[in-house]
Write a protein of this length. Structure first.
Length: 208
């Protein structure tokens, strides 16, 4: 009777040890899986930032979301196109516009009085800077998916020039814009854009 009891006790202890070992192995595997997921999450969050050209002359996006399906090379191309285009708006330097925009570029929301094609943005920039010579363009948010670049912009400066016959008194200017750019290849071929012109005109003292 004692023999059977001792044997049963040893069997129970062995089963308990095996169960504990299996549980420990499962817990360790789960911990490793959690660590791998955390590593992938950290990598995914860092990935868009690796695409940004850190050259000091280019504007830097404040926030950037990029579709990973594009692949790193193509995604980096589109991010650089974005930086070049908005460096043009930030500085007025047309070499950045020329680098970003295709000769066959088309503005699908062309304002009255603005030429169609690549000369349109250059014309608009020159007109803006006649009124606000220190105009800057903040690249606040960028989303890139497929062949489309969507950008949220903030323009800032001071009205020290002239606009529509009005002379500025140095009043601060800050207004927002949303752009959608289409870049099926190496450069942008068309766009759609919407600016908060009512806020701009009110800050210029032209509209109430």
């Amino acid at each position: 009777m004692r023999f059977r009891t001792a044997t049963a006790l040893r069997a129970v202890l062995a089963l308990t040890a095996a169960t504990a070992l299996a549980a420990g192995t499962t817990a360790a595997a789960q911990a490793r899986d959690t660590d791998r997921r955390a590593d992938r999450h950290r990598t995914d969050r860092a990935w868009p930032q690796r695409l940004v050209d850190r050259s000091p002359e280019l504007v830097q996006p404040k926030a950037l979301t990029v579709d990973r399906a594009l692949g790193e090379r193509r995604a980096a191309e589109l991010v650089r196109l974005t930086q070049q285009l908005y460096t043009f708006w930030n500085t007025g330097r047309t070499e950045y516009l020329d680098a970003a925009v295709d000769p066959a570029f088309r503005d699908n929301t062309l304002p009255a009085g603005r030429p169609q094609g690549p000369t349109g943005p250059a014309f608009a920039s020159q007109a803006f800077r006649a009124a606000v010579p220190d105009l800057t363009c903040e690249l606040s948010d960028v989303v890139i998916a497929g062949e489309k670049i969507t950008a949220r912009l903030v323009f800032r400066g001071h009205f020290t020039g002239t606009f529509d016959g009005h002379r500025g008194q140095g009043q601060p200017v800050e207004f927002n814009a949303i752009d959608i750019q289409h870049a099926p290849g190496a450069r942008i071929t068309e766009d759609w854009h919407l600016e908060d012109n009512q806020t701009l005109l009110r800050q210029l003292g032209i509209a109430s």
